[in-house]
Design a protein around this ligand. Structure first.
Ligand code: G3P
Length: 214
């Protein structure tokens, strides 16, 4: 299972890389806006510090505009992957970009047939947004399960990125289902290594060690 980091913050990316937990990066316009810097400069820096795939989202909403933006973003780095929203125009763009050898990540997926359509169009990745589905009191992870069955039924090579992850349980569920990738915010990435009993255990070992040394 690959771990991507879901952020546009270069410091978080560097810390994640040091932890050995960053196989790739996903960004979106909201994440880039939080950096309050020139987005092109931020994108350039991310592409240079990360070897793995970096998803960069188009802003255009029409096929022609998406393709033009995608070609420009793809030229910025060999590891650039173009995030395209799951719309009719987006799917037409994915088909064109796929023929040109440009990698795509179809984003904002909320039901399994959207993922099937993206895979048929030649998407490299699909991103179901789990947390946002949970937010409306539905089971986000059910979508991931269905997508994985569909992709396995038809042997699609498209990889599933479990996105909109909010907590370590989402990562556990994604791993149990055999999802290819989880894209994880930095705060959740750090939580993955923690357990209160680990901290209590270390404290007790150190205390006992001190008692023999006295
Ligand atoms: O990768 C998608 C992610 O950035 C969306 O997360 O928390 O805004 O639903 P969230």
């Amino acid at each position: 299972m690959k771990f991507f980091i879901d952020t546009a913050n270069v410091e978080e990316i560097k810390k994640g890389l040091e932890m050995g937990l960053v196989d790739g990066v996903t960004t979106n316009p909201t994440l880039l806006s939080k950096e309050k810097k020139n987005p092109d400069a931020v994108i350039g820096e991310i592409l240079s510090v990360v070897d793995g795939p970096v998803s960069l989202e188009v802003i255009a909403t029409d096929t022609k505009g998406m393709c033009e933006e995608a070609r420009r973003l793809a030229s910025l780095g060999t590891n650039a992957v173009i995030k395209i929203p799951m719309t009719e125009e987006g799917i037409k763009a994915v088909r064109t970009l796929s023929r040109e050898g440009i990698k795509t990540n179809v984003t904002l997926i909320f039901q399994p047939v959207q993922a099937l359509i993206a895979a048929k169009a030649g998407a490299t990745y699909v991103s179901p947004f789990i947390g946002r589905i949970d937010d409306i009191s539905l089971r986000g992870m059910d979508i991931v399960e269905d997508i994985l069955v569909i992709f396995s039924n038809y042997m699609f090579e498209t990889e599933v990125i479990v996105a909109s992850i909010r907590n370590p349980l989402h990562v556990l569920q994604a791993a149990l289902l055999g999802a290819d990738i989880a894209t994880i915010p930095f705060n959740v990435l750090k939580q993955l290594m923690n357990h209160p009993l680990t901290d209590i255990g270390i404290e007790r070992f150190l205390k006992d060690w001190q008692s023999i040394k006295k």
